[in-house]
Design a protein around this ligand. Structure first.
Ligand SMILES: Cc1cc2nc3c(=O)[nH]c(=O)nc-3n(C[C@H](O)[C@H](O)[C@H](O)COP(=O)(O)OP(=O)(O)OC[C@H]3O[C@@H](n4cnc5c(N)ncnc54)[C@H](O)[C@@H]3O)c2cc1C
Length: 156
């Protein structure tokens, strides 16, 4: 199977990605974000999902990297899982993160899969193991939208 036709955007900034998403939503057009494609691409190929537009996050500046900010470890949504797990900062401050990430798929999946990829997915089976770990760490995802940015509570 091959995906149904769709329009494709590869914005360079988060502001542009958000603007595109808002514009398509306002126009009643089904637009989906493409991160690593590990779940979305099979769904497109099987035509389980048929968005009219894909907005690819891979060129968006500033969505990778790991840093410490006032005692909090901040991991970019598009940072590959493997790099996040191997980060000396993460290993030093959150050794359980490294242990949990080693349980995600296999190395090829972790090399290509963005760290935050499983978090926004509507279905969270127990096999998506990073999800419960996030609550254990009291992690709070940043969510960016047309009305600005906010941090979700760890339990929502
Ligand atoms: C063989 C295999 C084994 C796996 N094993 C595990 C495992 O054990 N544990 C585990 O936790 N995960 C596992 N995964 C999940 C994998 O690592 C991906 O994170 C997951 O499939 C989501 O794919 P993706 O990150 O490429 O996102 P995509 O497939 O690109 O997107 C999936 C959905 O999330 C949305 N989305 C993704 N990122 C964002 C974002 N930053 N902002 C807004 N929306 C976003 C997309 O719009 C889409 O609806 C496995 C995957 C595979 C293929």
């Amino acid at each position: 199977m091959k995906p149904a036709p769709f329009d494709y955007h590869a914005p360079a900034t988060l502001a542009e990605a958000v603007r595109l998403l808002q514009q398509y939503e306002d126009d009643g057009i089904d637009a989906k974000v493409l991160a690593g494609g590990q779940s979305l691409m099979p769904m497109l190929a099987l035509r389980v999902a048929r968005p009219e537009v894909l907005i690819d996050l891979r060129q968006v500046a500033g969505l990778t990297g790991i840093r410490e900010d006032a005692g909090t470890i901040v991991i970019g949504a598009m940072e590959p899982k493997q790099l996040a797990a191997e980060s000396p900062l993460v290993q030093q401050k959150q050794p359980l993160f490294h242990a949990a990430t080693e349980l995600v798929g296999h190395r090829q999946i972790r090399n290509r899969g963005p760290w935050a990829g499983p978090l926004p997915m509507p279905i969270r089976p127990p096999s998506i193991r990073l999800w419960p770990w996030c609550w254990t760490w009291n992690s709070r995802p940043w969510v960016r939208g047309a009305s600005g940015a906010f941090r979700r509570k760890s339990s929502s």
